[in-house]
Design a protein around this ligand. Structure first.
Ligand code: G6P
Ligand code: MN
Length: 436
């Protein structure tokens, strides 16, 4: 039977890529209807115009619905792809700029910016899961709403039985960059990776054509040749430049680039423009493009070319859905409860590790090997601080939030933690639960 899909956070700039990827994959994943759900009607309507245009151009007869009503969005759907951003880009800007005022990292998912976003995101996301449970209890939620470890932890506490797959495309981005930079074909790879979301390391990168682990030679190439970042925007190129430094300083493993926010916070802050952050770049880039494209289509309905393409982000999500639907047992890096997969890390941590995906859901793969103390120590502090944040949310506890902020490894001391928490709390008064 043809499936019905809801894209939650329909107004996002990632939606066209996902829809175009869905269209490309119709033989494995046949769809009768796509619903765009967003609480921002203007952005959802702009996206509806673009998606309708793309469907027409591709001669697809998939039905398209755009709605701000949860019942209409979720009733009897089969899959929900969630990319909601609670508070939108406007609140991301505060997450990035307020910490910088105190000389600490301001980032959407790392450091206290990630915590601020986490407190907003848990509230909005859990509310949405409540609707999904009511209107589509058998649906699969494929989630890439950030910050993912915090969201996963909150969801499993409140909805332990919900059918959810938590996925992040960053490991794909890193692998694609390595392949692009040094001429590998990543379809030959079996990769092992462990960590928390946006906080992990490769353990090995086995190449089936060479019959060996090529991580050591990749590390050597990163150090001596550097990445080829010509195809990336400036911010991402910079992020991967710093990743080269990280590999040079700690050359035993390929790290996730996001670790630089914890290992080199001073360099990040020195290079940041406190008046113009990533949020501003997105406003002036991705979001402006949506507006302009929608308006162009509205005014010239014969418009042929729209500058959107199927992309690896969309492909990743669609591949997971296809693996569930067709019981393919394909392997993905996913965010799951540890339960012994990383043997020397607390059982109740939410970790990112390779998993098989089939019609039964997610089957995590055990690492079978202890992780080094350096990684374990970093992860333990991070897990504890994230758990404290989730506690703060469920218990309405200011004290727990302050502990979470103080323990965050991008925060130098409790004085700064309190100041930045208080200012973020004030700015997020419409979005956070009350903390007392
Ligand atoms: C990667 C991460 C996502 C993150 C995104 C931010 O894809 O895995 O979790 O949301 O980058 O990209 P942006 O272009 O919005 O800064
Ligand atoms: Mn991510």
């Amino acid at each position: 039977m043809d499936k019905v899909i809801t894209i939650a956070g329909g107004g996002s700039g990632y939606t066209p890529g996902i829809v175009l990827t869905l269209l490309k994959n119709q033989s494995d994943f046949s769809i009768s209807e796509i619903r765009l759900y967003d609480i921002d009607n203007v952005r959802n309507s702009d996206m509806e115009v673009i998606i309708r245009h793309l469907l027409k151009k591709e001669k697809s007869n998939i039905r398209l619905v755009a709605t701000i009503d949860p019942q209409e969005a979720f009733e009897s759907v089969d899959f929900i792809f969630s990319q909601i951003r609670v508070g939108g880009i406007e609140m991301r800007e505060f997450d990035e700029k307020i910490p910088l005022k105190y000389g600490i990292v301001g980032q959407e998912t790392c450091g206290v910016g990630g915590f601020s976003y986490g407190l907003r995101s848990m509230k909005g996301f859990l509310e949405m899961v409540g609707y999904i449970q009511k209107y589509a209890p058998d649906a699969w939620i494929l989630n890439y709403t950030n910050p993912e470890t915090i969201i996963s932890e909150a969801v499993r506490r409140k909805f332990p039985e919900i059918k959810i797959v938590n996925a992040c495309d960053q490991t794909i981005a890193i692998e694609e960059l390595i392949a692009h930079s040094f001429g590998y074909d990543r379809r030959n790879w079996i990769t092992n990776y462990y960590g928390l979301n946006h906080f992990g390391w490769y353990q090995s990168i086995y190449d089936i054509s060479k019959k060996k682990d090529i991580m050591p030679e990749i590390i050597e190439k990163i150090i001596t040749q550097g990445f080829k970042t010509d195809h990336l925007d400036l911010s991402w190129a910079k992020a991967f430049k710093l990743m080269e430094r990280m590999v040079t300083d700690f050359p035993e493993h390929v790290p996730n680039n996001y670790l630089e926010y914890y290992l080199y916070p001073n360099l990040i802050v020195e290079n940041a423009d406190p008046k113009y952050t990533r949020a501003n770049e997105i406003m002036d880039g991705r979001l402006k493009k949506i507006k302009e494209t929608a308006n162009l289509i509205r005014s010239a309905s014969s418009l042929e070319d729209v500058d959107y393409d199927s992309d690896s982000h969309g492909q990743y999500i669609v591949d997971i859905a296809v693996s569930i639907l067709n019981n393919l047992n394909r392997r993905f890096m996913l965010i799951v409860p540890n339960k012994g997969a990383i043997p020397n890390l607390r059982e109740d941590a939410v970790v990112e590790i390779p998993c098989y995906v089939n019609s039964n859901g997610v089957e995590p793969i055990s690492l079978r090997k202890e992780i080094p103390d350096f990684h374990k120590g970093l992860m333990e502090a991070q897990v504890a601080s994230e758990k404290l944040l989730v506690d703060a949310f469920f218990e309405n506890s200011y004290q727990k939030a302050l502990q979470a902020f103080t323990l965050n490894q991008s925060v130098p001391n409790a004085v700064v933690a309190k100041k930045v928490l208080d200012e973020l709390m004030e700015k997020n008064v419409d979005y956070w639960v009350e903390l007392t």
